[in-house]
Design a binder for this molecule. Structure first.
Ligand code: AMP
Length: 437
């Protein structure tokens, strides 16, 4: 049997905005207005691929400029539609993202580079559906939606999907992590198969591979950095190995030592801990806000506004919420509680050190987290960061404990087989001994 591989020529990367958009002077003007100097690596690769109509999978961290990488080709895609605008029914572009905060952020990026009257609207849960339906029915070109609310609107027949020909699944790994696979699949079924599909993700997991295999056509994969789990090198990573009881004091010392212009994101493992740290911050007159899923949408928006406009400089969030916040200029990420997996660690510290800036991450690590010690050491070493002695000790102790545990697990089997040996006699002799007793 022979296997035929289709080797497609892949569009060459661009090095400047002009190379990518020489035919689109309005886009060049918008980029100039935004004072961007040069394309980021993912943009260099993605623009020629997306402008030639190919499907693409972009593996890149948040902060790499991946949104502009798919937003500008989306504008050109809409502008190139053959049906006149007034005759078009339904949006031409759908961008699906894991949470409302991300949806709002993407919409801001769309509006910032506004192109030839292209309109967009956000669709997410937790708010009244009517306004969103009204906005859609007015006729928008781009819908930016969370999977859950998008499904609701589709089921209720509020959305004409026939015209959608450019689909983006942003942060697809997170959507899968959050259990949105069924909703995503329903959305994908509703859209014509001849669409152009873009998937972005920070990690390249087996679940994502399956999704990409089923719903993209010969996609070009663009990977910024390594496919292995590595942390961005623009972040100085510090790991503090301590007991749970010592954390609080060290943490507040750290906060007191922050410079006035620092913007700190503190991530806790639970709502309860988030509330507790938040109250402690208020008692100590530290300019902080907190955000978790138990808070009203209005409170969450207020907290984000306060941190964006500098009214507060410390944001305390649960891990679930912190994943989806996109707050520029975060100088420090503090992992008050260490994440449950290392992909999450990499995501979290990627909240700082973005868009050409450097950042700092400080992670508390207790004995409870020792299962992650070896992987954390690998990530720290790969990024040339200091590895604390306590972390190496925990890694060794965890390894030893695991080996011991494995041996213990095998022991009952061996015991059965060698009961006679344990008595210090041969099997036959042991049997005889047993009988004689
Ligand atoms: P993203 O990875 O899309 O979340 O982008 C992170 C931030 O980088 C956003 O605030 C973008 O506006 C910004 N950004 C996007 N492209 C560029 C660029 N070429 N140069 C500098 N900043 C950029």
């Amino acid at each position: 049997m022979t296997i035929d591989y289709i080797v497609k020529p892949i569009a060459k990367p661009v090095l400047t905005f002009e190379q990518a958009f020489y035919n689109y002077p309005d886009i060049l003007i918008a980029l100039k207005k935004a004072k961007l100097e040069k394309p980021t690596p993912i943009q260099c690769q993605a623009w020629p691929i997306l402008l030639s109509g190919e499907d693409m999978i972009g593996i890149a961290q948040t902060g790499s400029g991946k949104r502009l990488a798919f937003v500008l080709p989306a504008f050109i895609h809409i502008d190139g539609q053959t049906t006149p605008k007034e005759e078009r029914r339904g949006p031409a572009v759908l961008i699906v993202a894991p949470t409302r905060e991300l949806v709002i952020e993407i919409n801001k990026e769309v509006k910032k580079y506004k192109y030839r009257g292209i309109t967009s609207c956000c669709v997410y849960g937790g708010v009244d559906r009517k306004k969103q339906v009204a906005a859609i029915q007015e006729g928008v070109d781009i819908i930016i939606a969370t999977p859950g609310r998008m499904n609701d609107l589709m089921k209720l027949g509020h959305l004409d999907m026939k015209n959608i020909s450019y689909l983006v699944l942003d942060e697809a790994d997170r959507m899968l992590d959050m259990g949105f696979e069924p909703q995503i699949k329903r959305v994908l079924y509703g859209i014509r198969p001849t669409r152009q599909t873009v998937i972005t993700s920070a990690t390249w997991t087996a679940a994502l591979r399956r999704l990409a295999d089923s719903y993209t056509k010969d996609p070009v994969q663009v990977c910024v950095g390594s496919l292995d789990l590595t942390a961005t090198h623009s972040v100085k990573q510090t790991c503090i190995v301590s007991n749970e009881s010592e954390k609080e004091e060290i943490f507040f010392d750290l906060l007191h030592d922050m410079a006035p212009n620092d913007k700190v994101m503190v991530i806790c493992g639970s709502k309860g801990k988030t509330d507790y740290i938040s109250v402690e911050c208020i008692m100590r007159r530290l300019p902080s806000v907190s955000i978790h899923r138990g808070k009203e949408q209005k409170e969450r928006e207020q907290a984000i506004n306060d941190i964006m406009d500098g009214t507060a400089s410390i944001l305390i969030a649960t891990d679930v919420v912190s994943r989806v916040l996109d707050i520029g200029d975060v100088t420090h990420v503090i992992n008050y509680d260490f994440p449950n997996n290392m992909a999450e660690y990499v995501h979290r510290i990627g909240r700082t050190g973005r868009a050409g800036k450097t950042g700092e991450s400080i992670s508390f690590f207790t004995k409870e987290d020792w299962a992650h010690a070896s992987e954390l050491i690998e990530i720290l070493e790969e990024a040339n960061q200091e590895v604390p002695k306590g972390l190496c000790e925990l890694a060794e102790r965890y390894d030893k404990r695991n080996k011991q545990k494995n041996e213990d697990d095998e022991l009952p089997k061996r015991k059965q087989l060698t009961l006679a040996d344990l008595c210090g006699c041969s099997k036959e002799k042991f049997c005889r001994t047993q009988r004689t007793h």
